[in-house]
Design a protein around this ligand. Structure first.
Ligand SMILES: N[C@@H](CCC(=O)N[C@@H](CS)C(=O)NCC(=O)O)C(=O)O
Length: 217
């Protein structure tokens, strides 16, 4: 059931985080105003502080959304919440069992990208500890799954992951696929993935982030 909002949405956010970015992207496409609460992820590691864990997220991770009494961590959980509550057309999270099943599969896959591509990127950009070759190899395996699915869908005239239009499945997987270069992963071997990244960037009203540019620029 969709509802209208009474309190300001608040997003605990870090500009360079792909997981935070996917939430900003959906908020933007839904036309929702929100208060951005910047967190000093690097170098301050404020998300790991006792204060942040106590007040905001015991997992010590970003993003976190607050909406009235609700405090919700996890980008995928937030995408489901926002689309369920604030998308009256049901475009981003269609109310159809097969589509929801496919979307859930790709929401889980988005977390696999966080564990691999994002971990390699955090290691290269900020020196976070990681087994870089293992993360890159794992990342390529997840990107291969995405590329194969997108190639199969494209043969059927469906350029998106879970429906005939973009859904939260596409938003969830998009950031770390598009940022793979910053994780030292070359995308030349993933042509369907590259075409999908380009298609999403060219959607009307696209919002950029550092490392994922607006195609109009
Ligand atoms: N499953 C979570 C993963 C969130 C996550 O790993 N966030 C990163 C920022 S992109 C983070 O806070 N990492 C800090 C850490 O785990 O130490 C989600 O999708 O939101």
């Amino acid at each position: 059931m969709t509802q209208t909002r009474t309190d300001a949405l608040r997003l605990h956010d870090y500009e360079l985080s792909g997981n935070c970015y996917k939430v900003r992207l959906l908020l933007h496409w839904l036309g929702l105003d929100y208060v951005r609460i910047p967190v000093d992820f690097h170098p301050g590691r404020a998300h790991r502080s006792a204060d942040f864990r106590t007040r905001v997220n015991p997992r010590g991770q970003l993003p976190v959304l607050q909406d009235g009494e609700l405090t919700l961590p996890d980008a995928q959980a937030i995408l489901v919440y926002l689309a369920s509550r604030y998308d009256p057309q049901g475009r981003w999270y269609p109310d159809d069992p097969a589509t929801r099943g496919r979307i859930t599969l790709w929401l889980a896959t988005a977390d696999d990208l966080t564990r691999t591509v994002s971990a390699a990127r955090l290691h290269l950009a900020f020196g976070y500890p990681a087994d870089l070759p293992a993360c890159q190899q794992g990342g390529r395996a997840v990107l291969r799954l995405l590329d194969d699915q997108l190639a199969e869908n494209a043969c059927r005239g469906l350029p998106w992951l879970a429906a005939d239009h973009p859904t939260i499945a596409d938003i969830a997987c998009f950031p770390y696929a598009a940022l793979a270069g910053e994780a030292g992963i070359e995308l030349l071997a993933f042509p369907a993935l590259q075409a999908w990244i380009s298609a999403l960037r060219h959607q009307p009203g696209f919002l950029a982030m550092p490392g994922i540019l607006d195609p109009a620029l």
